[in-house]
Design a protein around this ligand. Sequence first.
Ligand code: PXP
Length: 251
Amino acid sequence: MANLGVNIDHVATLRQARRGTEPDPVGAAHEAELGGADAITVHLREDRRHAQDRDVEVLRATVQTKLNLEMAATDEMLAMARGIVPAMATLVPEGRMEITTEGGLDVRSGLDRLRDVVASLHEKGVMVSAFVEADADQIEASAEAGFDACEIHTGPYARLYHAAGGDRRNAGLHAEIERIEHAGRIVREAGMRFNAGHALNYVNVGPIAAMEGVWELHIGHAIVSRAVFVGVREAVREMKSLIVQSAGGRS
Ligand code: PXP
């Protein structure tokens, strides 16, 4: 069954709307863990638009499960990660104008640099994951760079799911599910862990959570949105229960 990594950036986004102290993403992480989160993810962006350095530092000291630091492969973030030493770092591309991470990392083009970044994080004992599209060449490049895991981008899947009204017999949606499943197989055959994430929600998570060998799902927006109505702990509990159900229904 897949682990659930909860991304708490949106709690920080709300706090930053007032540049104040609440809601505190550290409190959200604690609640998420009580609801069954297996990992807490925080993305420290170059522009510090949501999470702040203090958040990452306090989370490192207080998270009881696993802290996953999402970061761009820049010198600044590498130094930060080497100082913080999270359990895992997920390398993502970062565009200044994007609302959220848009596409996967181009590991093939940045292979030399990424190999150095991964080695530098390994030196500190940090597991490193690459956020990539469901593309064989990018996955193979990730293995060449020494990554421990690949997080397959589920954004295109989520868009197709919505467009097809969740009809799994829809040709486009069916093909995308197969594409991700196939990518997951390549990831595992290359000796890496198969993670998935982006735009997963309470409606579309099932087919991804049911995939063979999927190790961890990373979900943020849907859980924080649901938490507005039921609280973080319950929102995480509900997502966790869907993941358990989906894993049970695997054929
Ligand atoms: N995985 C990665 C690599 C991401 O960048 C994000 C967004 O921060 C997520 C997962 C979570 O996406 P969402 O907020 O759409 O669930």
